[in-house]
Design a protein around this ligand. Structure first.
Ligand code: AR6
Length: 190
């Protein structure tokens, strides 16, 4: 069984296998969680990011790539690029946000990561409304879990909220899902 938990923490402090960064398409670093992750990981991370961009070109919105985590306690960073609110219609933006979570879980599965912590993709500088983003995040994770074998899935998934509003909204979404809603998902707020 995979547990999905919402926690209010700085994602850079977490000792998990993989943390999911809210990056930009050029993996250039920036502010918000991306800035905190680059600051914590150290300058080697920027070099790894530049190598990926040189090799593959810009990262598509909704896709995910993996790097090491440098000086952070996590083992890996999965960088995903969320949609910028207002650039596409709501439906397309929602699909792209969902794709971020699913692509990141695909990457985590390839890494055999057993614990994965997500930042609240697109809900900061990219302006995705938090009340819309939280249910998309939860349902993307649940549908990914339902579509994959237990052996492919991490045991623990954390939805990391930095701000109180995101924490409250995300916890309410998980509470509505209910405990043991499916054989695969256990929910808990912290
Ligand atoms: N730990 C966990 N969550 C955090 C942290 C942290 N240390 N710091 C901020 N958040 P944002 P986006 C939350 O803006 O909207 C960057 O410059 C924050 O409260 O980091 O996807 C990139 O380079 C918010 O809920 O990411 C891109 O250019 C969430 O992280 C652009 O911003 C996401 O906010 C991406 O924008």
């Amino acid at each position: 069984m995979t547990s999905i938990s919402v926690i209010r923490k700085d994602i850079t402090s977490l000792t998990v296998d993989a943390i999911v960064n809210a990056a930009n398409s050029g993996l250039r670093g920036g502010g918000g969680v991306d800035g905190a992750i680059h600051a914590g990981a150290g300058p080697g991370l920027m070099n790894e990011c530049a190598t990926i961009i040189e090799k593959n070109g810009l990262c598509a919105t909704g896709s995910a790539v993996t790097t090491s985590a440098g000086d952070l306690p996590a083992k890996w960073i999965i960088h995903t690029v969320g949609p910028i609110w207002g650039e596409e219609g709501e439906e397309r933006s929602s699909l792209l946000l969902s794709s971020c979570y699913k692509s990141a879980l695909d990457a985590a599965s390839n890494l055999r990561a057993d614990s994965v912590a997500f930042s609240a993709i697109s809900t900061g500088a990219y302006g995705f409304p938090k009340r819309l983003a939280a249910p998309i995040a939860v349902s993307a994770v649940c549908s990914w879990l339902e579509a994959h074998q237990r052996a492919e899935a991490p045991s623990s998934i954390f939805l990391v909220c930095f701000d109180e509003e995101n924490f409250r909204i995300t916890k309410a979404v998980l509470d509505r899902l209910g405990p043991n809603n499916t054989p695969l998902v256990r929910t808990e707020g912290q």
